[in-house]
Write a protein that binds this ligand. Structure first.
Ligand code: SF4
Length: 450
């Protein structure tokens, strides 16, 4: 059976409370393996984030629907931003403009839409846009150079705006109205769009497709939209499903198009993943076994842009975690200039700042450069892992054969500038008692992992 992705379904809606397991089982029977659950308020965004931690195939978006704002909602969006740092929260939305209901003033909607766009661009997340009676205005606000994928969800607006959106590279999502009898206008529009820009969704529990109109909608019904697209394209359903699935993964930056999580929440702290490079090749390195931890995708495909990382810092607030920890899926001091700049910026914004490092940067930095690098940090956590040079070279396999001496030097230097703690991984070939003894000699706390 071809796999389908429901790119917009409100599974956090209270109407699914009592039978969510049945709804998901029924979706699985229909071949639906992926679900994007949007937020329309702070509460529903939190629920969506919780759902994706507990249900397979579920991803979340966080945002506030244009008609759900109070005029006193804070501009910094800290609550929504905090949700966006959780695992499997991959998009910002619903956001946009709704001039049909007019529950919120146009002025406030536009301001909040801009805030959502800024958030999505800072964090590199897909933007899920709602527009009703405001499609042209939405396009004007988005401009021509949004740096993230844009989804015009449940599109029913003017064809010329959809065509322009598709030309800009945005994705157009079609829900139940695509199947309604008499809605040839929307089917003609779908047929005129580039196939690689079309998505399908249910918008459940709303907008049940033909022949189920009037009933509560659910993700298993996304097959009706897939069938309709298949008929419009006059293409085999399996091939149609394949194209639609590829479009969904591209639009949501999943699967082969996976986006790296550059910032994430873990153990009550905020982590910034600034590089994939490392000076060591530790035998126990997680990079050799997994693409990430804690539900986050941390592997890098090329180094993250400096501007991206700087704008992330501006999005974060100290209330989101106890410490801001600079790390990498690699060794953060391999980007010393950037690391120092980011840490200074974070310290200036009131964060308690920690560095997680393998402690060998004196292999490529001078003592003076290292002192400057450490200046903004309140704490430094150093991977010790072994108790002597020979063991270090065998287990951690540093590029520099004298890395152990540099590590010892770094521990001493860092101890004068910040609070230092050590870590070690329990690994065969490592005499952990000797590592404990060394930490004691250095009078530093040691945390043993694994
Ligand atoms: S120092 Fe860390 S990132 Fe580098 S190889 Fe060792 S475990 Fe991996």
């Amino acid at each position: 059976m071809p796999e389908l992705f429901d790119t917009h379904c409100h599974l956090s809606d209270e109407r699914f409370c009592d039978d969510l397991d049945r709804v998901l089982a029924s979706a699985a029977e229909s071949g639906v393996t992926g679900f994007l659950v949007p937020g329309i308020s702070l509460e529903s965004s939190r629920k969506a984030a919780f759902l994706c931690e507990t249900r397979a195939g579920v991803y979340a978006a966080a945002g506030i629907h244009p008609n759900e704002f109070d005029s006193d909602y804070p501009d910094d969006f800290a609550d929504i931003a905090e949700i966006l740092l959780r695992p499997r929260v991959i998009a910002v939305g619903e956001t946009g403009l709704d001039f049909y209901r007019e529950r919120t003033s146009a002025e406030l909607q536009i301001k909040m839409f801009r805030n959502h766009i800024r958030l999505a661009e800072s964090l590199g997340l897909t933007l899920v846009v709602h527009s009703r009676n405001a499609e042209r205005e939405v396009l004007d606000i988005l401009g021509n150079d949004v740096a993230v994928p844009v989804i015009m969800h449940c599109y029913t607006g003017p064809p010329d705006v959809a065509l322009e959106a598709a030309q800009r590279g945005y994705y157009i999502g079609f829900a139940g109205p695509l199947t309604f009898r008499g809605n040839n206008r929307l089917r003609d529009l779908a047929g005129s769009l580039p196939p690689d820009k079309i998505l399908i969704e249910t918008d459940a529990p709303y907008l049940s497709p033909e022949p189920l109109r009037g009933r509560r909608n659910e993700p298993s019904n996304v097959k009706y939209m897939a069938d309709t697209i298949s008929a419009i394209w006059d293409r085999d359903p399996a091939l149609t499903a394949e194209t639609l699935m590829t479009n969904s993964l591209k639009a949501l930056q999943l699967g082969p198009f996976q986006r790296t999580d550059l910032v994430y929440l873990l153990y009550g702290n905020i982590y910034m993943n600034i590089t994939g490079r490392c000076s060591n090749r530790c035998r126990f390195c997680i990079k050799d076994r997994a693409d990430g931890i804690g539900g986050y995708y941390l592997a890098h495909h090329g180094e993250p842009l400096e501007g991206r990382l700087e704008s992330i810092i501006e999005t974060l607030s100290p209330s989101m975690g106890e410490e801001l920890v600079f790390c990498g899926y690699g060794e953060p001091t391999m980007r010393p200039e950037l690391l120092r700049r980011l840490a200074r910026k974070a310290a200036g914004r009131g964060f308690s700042v920690r560095l997680n490092t393998n402690g060998t940067c004196l292999s490529w930095l001078s003592r003076e450069e290292t002192v400057l690098l450490l200046e903004p940090f309140d704490a430094v956590s150093i991977s010790l892992n072994t108790s002597c040079a020979e063991e270090y070279n065998t287990i951690c396999r540093p590029a520099d054969g004298n890395a152990w001496d540099r590590l010892m030097e770094f521990i001493e230097l860092a101890g004068r500038l910040a609070f230092v703690s050590l870590t070690a991984v329990r690994y065969s070939g490592v005499e952990i008692e000797s590592v404990e003894k060394l930490a004691k000699t250095l009078s530093l706390p040691l945390r043993i992992r694994g």
